[in-house]
Each structure stands twice: as structure tokens, then as C-alpha cells.
Write a protein that binds this ligand. Sequence first.
Ligand code: NAD
Length: 251
Amino acid sequence: MFLSGKRALITGSTSGIGLAVARALAAEGAEVVLNGFGDAGEIAKLTEELSASHINADLMTQEGCEALMAEAGPVDILVNNAGMQHVAPVDEFPVDKWLAIISLNLAAAFHTVRLAVPQMKEKGWGRIINTASAHSKTASPFKSAYNASKHGIDGFTKTIALELAQTGVTANCISPGYVWTPLVENQIPDTMKARNMTREQVINDVLLAKTPTKKFVQPEEIGALAAFLCREEAGNVTGANWSIDGGWTAE
Ligand code: NAD
């Protein structure tokens, strides 16, 4: 188990992609710290399953990010994954939703990284993985805040990869296409409204229309890629933005 002795913090890991990444890293022996919201009983089951701890910090605020990092202590692997979506035309986009999305999807990663990096540099080893999106490379209408946050996380990741290049710390993005998680399921009603479509039309003509393989990405596939990025053999992989999108951004 190549991650024995490594401590991994995965934000937004009580559900979806973050949970799959947590499972993949725990399976390789990492000591996992979970974060995110959910039913207390379900979270207790997850901490037991993964022999993990859980920190219930709200990463929408600077204070929440600082509380998370203080409670987590030094980590070898930091996965910035917590994120949210809102779908609306730009001239109707609620200002509070815009600010929330930029705070959670982009600013939170700045806070966790700035607080984790000193200890990684001291150890001479670290792995920073940011869950971006196909929307870090391309855009779709009605997702102005999300697309801006994900293009932002791509630029942020490249910048820190360059700053940390000689320290043993790598920084990369993983950019999934559509993965069937609550985040995708919950955007279907607003997309139906914004595009005047049925649920089936949204799934087939919007979500999978973007995906040449015509298949949703599986969370476990993202977990496997994250685990690879934590390997010693991935020490020269830094500043990259890894697509796992069924060919979407190849078009
Ligand atoms: P999800 O809704 O299943 O999980 C989101 C996680 O973030 C949950 O654990 C939730 O509790 C946590 N979270 C939400 N608000 C939080 C807050 N304020 N503070 C701390 N934690 C919070 O979503 P998902 O689809 O697994 O998305 C995870 C990441 O993957 C996001 O960054 C998302 O943008 C990205 N992504 C998802 C898809 C997709 O198709 N599902 C595609 C590309 C990128």
C-alpha cells in the first residue's frame, strides 16, 4: 500500500467524487480526513468504513477554511474537491449564488493551499489535487459562476505548480465531464427551466450530448486517477489538467 503513513485531507468528501477519492486513497493505506455535510449517521458509517476522521467545516468562508486546516493539522495530500453549481442566465444570476460559487469552488482552495504548503515544503513531499471540471477548459451557457471558478482553479493550479516545482510538492487538476452525483442531478430542474426542456432532453441533449462516449464518468474512475497522482512515479507530473470526460474537450 503505497500511501501508508500519508495523511490525506479531501474536502467535500461525504458524497460523490470526493467520497470516491477518499475511498481510493484509503484503499492504498492513507489516513483519511473527510470534510463535508450530510446526515450524521451516514457520516459516522463512512468514518468507520474508512477508519477516517471527519471535520464539519463550512468552506464557504475564510474562517471555515482556517478552522478546517487547524483541526486537520499537517497533511501530505490535499484534495480540494468541495464545490457547488447554479444554473441561470447571466442577467438573472443571483448575486449571492455567484459569490458563494466563487468562494467555495475557488477561494477555498487558495486558503487550504496557503495553509498546507509550509508543512509540505518542510517535509519535501506533497500532493495537491484540485477537482476542476471540463468547464475549466470549455464553457456551457447559464453556468457563468461555475465556469469562471473552474477556469480560475486551472490557473491557480498551474501557478502553484510552478512556485512549488523544486520542493517535492506537485499540484494538478482533475477535470471530469458529467459524473452522476447529487451535484449533477440537482441542476436538472434549473436546466429544464433555462432551456425549456424535459428531464430526458436535459440528460440526452445537454449532458450526454457533450460526451462522445455517451456514458457518465464514474466517481471510482476519478478516485483511481487521484491515487495515481499520489504515486512516487507521478513526481514529475505537475501543473497538468487531466481530462476524464469521455472525449468532451477533445472536440
Ligand atoms: P456532490 O454534491 O456529490 O458533493 C459535494 C461535496 O461538497 C459534498 O460532500 C458536500 O457536503 C460538500 N460541500 C458542499 N458545500 C460545502 C461547503 N460549503 N463546505 C464544505 N463542503 C461542502 O458533488 P460532486 O459532483 O461529487 O462534486 C465534487 C466536485 O467535482 C465539485 O468541485 C464539482 O464542481 C466537481 N465536478 C463535478 C462534476 C459532476 O459531473 N458531478 C463534473 C466536473 C466537476
